[in-house]
Design a protein around this ligand. Structure first.
Ligand SMILES: NC(=O)c1ccc[n+]([C@@H]2O[C@H](COP(=O)([O-])OP(=O)(O)OC[C@H]3O[C@@H](n4cnc5c(N)ncnc54)[C@H](OP(=O)(O)O)[C@@H]3O)[C@@H](O)[C@H]2O)c1
Length: 220
């Protein structure tokens, strides 16, 4: 693992909270670049941030690397992403059609055994049992990230992996952007089936027994 030096804080406080330490060198994702830093600078505002005085106006995730300004050279450009999807045989074709480069059958055995190396980003879109969630966390390389919209997946404290759990919110601009993607045929929503409202209890039952696939439209 390639390491680099950073000066960061793990907590707010006096100057002793600044730790000069080695961390895994990040790999740039698509649309990002890795900069070999020739110099940064000291900004007095960062002292206030370090002391915790700006938490209300400028919240940051800890640990937080100090040094806002940067001069340097681009060392690496993020490549296009390779997407590995997890699906059972009934959905393999559909996820390949949606752009996956590879499909792993999550019903055939441990996902880690089918994976060649570790991944940069793990995106979880399904509810998982605690053991299944725990088994996925180590599949992310140091410097990588985990994003989940369902069961939160927690990496080990010393894994060097960030994790976030996100919840959708109603946002007109976001919805408009999604509609544009649908209109441009860049995003498609798979409708599993349409059912009358009177069947709602049955739909709940199907979902709880893991038999639904695609969006289920409920008609009055
Ligand atoms: N955070 C938020 O804002 C937000 C918003 C909406 C939904 N959610 C949550 O997102 C989750 C999914 O919602 P949904 O509408 O997509 O539900 P869904 O249609 O019921 O999901 C069914 C699909 O899950 C797949 N699946 C089940 N276990 C899997 C596993 N271990 N690995 C890979 N795929 C697996 C199945 O794939 P196969 O067909 O391949 O078996 C199935 O097609 C739910 O928990 C929901 O509550 C969160």
């Amino acid at each position: 693992m390639t390491m680099m030096k950073t000066a960061r804080i793990h907590e707010y406080g006096d100057t002793f909270v600044i730790r000069y330490e080695a961390v895994p060198r990040p790999r740039p994702a698509f649309g990002e670049v890795l900069v070999r830093v020739a110099a940064t600078s000291f900004n007095p505002t960062e002292a206030a941030l370090r002391a915790g005085m700006l938490q209300e106006f400028l919240p940051v995730d800890l640990p937080y690397a100090l040094g806002w300004d940067v001069a340097g050279t681009v060392a690496e450009i993020g490549a296009g992403a390779e997407v590995i999807a997890m699906a059972s045989p009934r959905s393999a074709e559909a996820v390949l059609r949606q752009g996956a480069d590879q499909v792993i059958d999550y019903t055939a055995g441990p996902v880690g055994a089918a994976l060649d190396g570790r991944v940069d980003t793990l995106l979880n879109l399904v509810p998982l049992s605690p053991p299944d969630a725990a088994a996925l966390a180590p599949l992310v390389r140091p410097g990588g990230r985990i994003i989940s919209v369902a069961t939160p997946i927690e990496p080990a404290a010393d894994a060097g992996v960030s994790a976030m759990h996100i919840v959708a919110r109603n946002d007109v601009a976001h919805l408009a952007a999604l509609v544009e993607l649908v209109d441009a045929a860049e995003l498609s929503i798979e409708i599993g089936e349409s059912r009358p409202l009177a069947d709602l209890a049955d739909v709940h039952h199907l979902s709880e027994s893991g038999r639904t696939r695609g969006k289920i439209v409920i008609i009055p």
